[in-house]
Design a protein around this ligand. Sequence first.
Ligand code: GAP
Length: 515
Amino acid sequence: MATQEEVFKKMVSHCKEYGFVFPSSDIYDGLAAVYDYGQMGVELKNNIKKYWWDSMVLLHENIVGIDAAIFMHPTTWKASGHVDAFNDPLIDNRDSKKRYRADVLIEEQIAKYDEKINKEVEKAAKKFGESFDAELFKSTNPRVQEHIQKREALHTRFAKALNDNNLDELKQIILDEGIVCPISGTKNWTDVRQFNLMFTTEMGSTADGSTKIYLRPETAQGIFVNYLNVQKTGRMRIPFGIAQIGKAFRNEIVARQFIFRMREFEQMEMQFFVRPGSEMEWFKHWKEFRLKWHKALGLGDEKYRFHDHEKLAHYANAATDIEFEMPFGFKEVEGIHSRTNFDLSQHAKYSGKKIEYFDPELNESYTPYVIETSIGVDRMFLSIMCGSYKEEQLEGGDSRVVLQLPPVLAPVKAAILPLVKKDGLPEKAREIMNSLKFDFKCVYDEKDSIGKRYRRQDAVGTPFCITVDHDTLNDNCVTVRYRDSMKQDRVKIDDLHALIDAQVNMKNLFRKLID
Ligand code: GAP
């Protein structure tokens, strides 16, 4: 049985082999932590974006969208705090010359304790069988207790060091825990230093004097600086939201795990402006809504969990992550933050503009508070791929790789396959394709045996294969083969549209969200 790590590696290769994700500038051997989406990947990505956009802007009459520029006035980033505080603590290993995030090294150490605890529990569960009580075992077994205590002590010390911005203490934790460089295997660490993650570039010709500007590290600030424009021109009344999808850039110190941590990535962010004092209620509301959005995709409710932040960002009074169980553990896919009125107040201060809302019900003006939902498109893509990639052993010793993608997100909804390349079957198949292609992304394939063609579609996650055979010409029926069950049904051509639509129409998911 393959380990999770092996399966992950195969999934990454699969992404390249089937046109989902390529390394950027591949012919020049790629560019670290930058990726391109291929012909399948772009469809999946667009579907993810549509699912998010429509669930925000279509389903909520008080949420509107914008598309702000990537380049922004440099004062934006001074006001937001990014120039001074958008840092990661980095540490170098002198022997391997490799650079790491000090906080990530410690988080991985905490995860090791968790692994040890889980292993003990799994071993005992096997030994004691059905009568096993995991909670009782954890609270009484001396070895497990020792691991739990060490983990908790480390966790508390780490959280305090982060909160106090104590870089010496972070280094001391790394030394005390005996954390070694995975490459050199040594503990020959430098001091921990802060590293600003923003990319900079120059705007304007040098002769005229150029200005240093930043590539935005989050899309959110494009929303904040447009708050007044949108509120006034859209006559928006609080509570209301502004949604945006766009690229963001971060010069990540450690870019790893494929598209999990990239230097150029895409965010889907929504800032929801509320009355001061009501923010915790709205924070709760958006937490619940966003989790529902993820779970509606059907990858398994147990794969998601909330992770409340130990260390709050400088602008937040509450924050949580929605984590997904990737093959390398539960990882953040989305952040939900109660950002107070920090950003709008800062922009008011730095721009000298009055950024407020006159609340007709209260007959007073105030700076709105903000709840933010912020999800990375690429991370969402990765979670979907990880949750869908399956290697299955079939009866008769055969095997297949299948992407059990949520049908609404699948790049291709139906493949139209004439059994043979003659006898009028291709023409009939084209006719069916032409009737379906206005509503669903379809592909036509007549090459190789039908079995091989099914496998190709399984590998890219196509939910329906529609085979046209000689009988089709007489009975106007086709064989529909379902991706997950591999079952086959004879279906009237006239019923195909409804059959596919029932599975792939996003409306079905949207209904679940607002029930
Ligand atoms: N405006 C708030 C904000 O940007 P964040 O937690 O830094 O918050 C939000 O980022 C989301 O953006 C993350 O949950 C993640 O999905 C995505 N993200 C952040 N950095 C990323 C990176 N380097 N590569 C890919 N996705 C990233």
